[in-house]
Design a protein around this ligand. Sequence first.
Ligand SMILES: [Mg+2]
Length: 114
Amino acid sequence: MDDAQRRVADFLAAADLHAHPAYRLLDLTAEVGELAADATASSDYGADPESLSVNRDELGDALFALLALADELDVDAEAALDESLAKYEARIDETGAPGSGSGDESGSESDPGA
Ligand SMILES: [Mg+2]
């Protein structure tokens, strides 16, 4: 991830594409929306969930947007990922599930990001 983040940072600098983090966050949200559009279209809005797929290039766009956001915020993406994985592993050890199980509206038991 360090290498990927560095490649994105180098690209942003070379192409003079630096932007305020708020706009990087909007771009990330837009790219994740494109993944959602792929998912809804490929599954016929859930009528055929087994056919759900997303385009690889859209995954790349979303990853680029996330790493660009990390760059603009001066966050080490690999360190952030390491911290998240450690958090999920600790939750699994403690509760048997990766989700927070907090019962709030931010996620579900099966959502480690909650
Ligand atoms: Mg895209």
